[in-house]
Design a binder for this molecule. Sequence first.
Ligand SMILES: Nc1nc2c(ncn2[C@@H]2O[C@H](COP(=O)(O)OP(=O)(O)OP(=O)(O)O)[C@@H](O)[C@H]2O)c(=O)[nH]1
Ligand SMILES: [Mg+2]
Length: 406
Amino acid sequence: MSTLAAVMTGKGTGAISTIQVFGDTAEAIIKEVFKPVGSKAAEFTTGKILLGTINDGSDTIDQVTIGCEGPNSFAIHCHGNPLIVEMIMQLLQRLGAELVTAEQLLAKTLTAQGDLDTIAVEARLAQIKAKTIQGTKIIANQIDGGFGKKAKEWLENIKTISLDEIVTDAESILKISQMAKLIISGCKVAIVGPPNSGKSTLLNCLAGRQKAIVTEIKGTTRDWVSARCQIGPLSVELIDTAGLDEKLLTRTGDSIQKTAQKKPAEILEDADLVLLVLDDSQTADQLDDRLFEKIPGKLVPSTSSGQALSEIEGKVLTLLNKSDLPAKFDTAMLPDTLGNIVQISAKFGTGIENLTEKIREICGVADFDLQQPVCFTSRQENLLKQLKKTKSKQQAVSIITDLLNS
Ligand SMILES: Nc1nc2c(ncn2[C@@H]2O[C@H](COP(=O)(O)OP(=O)(O)OP(=O)(O)O)[C@@H](O)[C@H]2O)c(=O)[nH]1
Ligand SMILES: [Mg+2]
């Protein structure tokens, strides 16, 4: 096995960086570059932390501590100045270490432990990237329990379990994993609607700060604005968009406004959830048929013709904003598919708790059991999709074996 070196932490002046060296020649390389404080020779016994310097010949690069994590594994804790980190990495490379990413090195060390199946190794790696504490917990639960356990149970009980049961399990895990993905990787929520309906006010209200400009003038938001907030277990990226209005789109000479009017369609394509903000103090005239029809796939309300919505691919929640003012909006003008309605006043924060509850419900994370089996890499997802379609137990065994040992 060649020796690998990777920067495991972020670099930065004032920070401490950890460089991991792992492999057969790791100790020899460390002995070559490390000079301990004092006159005694260093003993690289597992569990020890040594203080000294990293030297390139007679030049001292940095004072460091070295953690002896195993016979082949050492952690150099040096100053985070990117120049120092770079010099140490170059030195290690000259002495034969292959420079890799933190993830590659971690994968290698985990695989070398030999007692972990592939799902467990992937879980350890995925934990680093999870965006929320709950996401980290879901993945941690897949190491000894969850998905890894389920796959092992399939194999252990292969003689008694029916193919139908495996297929049903696979379907259910794939479905639950869609929700888990929103918790693990975060969720994109697009805020769309007519001009002046209170989209930017809502973004500010949910984000808890004045991120977007709010005025009483139609067409205030031109470029999209984003802000992060936490809704239950969801790490949400809110995206406020320009108010959708055919008149603004066709207004001559205003090319910024024209571009701003086209952007929401792209944002909608990408969103996990759409909040359609309507002004409850205005009549349904605020809806513009032709404009909504421009939004592919997601929302196509047809107010005048009353014809049904085309299929909604994403999840849409309709918000009747400005509930503090007398209501004029006739909800009968909305097609059934937009019937998931919440009344709010973004300006005064009324109904926001109800809204966040609805968001958690729609995303399927309201009572999410963090212990249940979920898949969390595209490799696992692809194999589960194959398992769902499998027609023979023999084929199922081969796919499950791949899941655990590829
Ligand atoms: N009374 C009341 N006024 C509100 C509420 N929400 C927003 N407003 C007001 O409505 C006006 C427009 O608000 P914005 O948040 O800028 O609306 P927008 O949808 O982002 O507008 P555009 O960016 O132009 O599309 C401002 O004067 C807000 O103060 C509300 O809940 N109640
Ligand atoms: Mg706005």
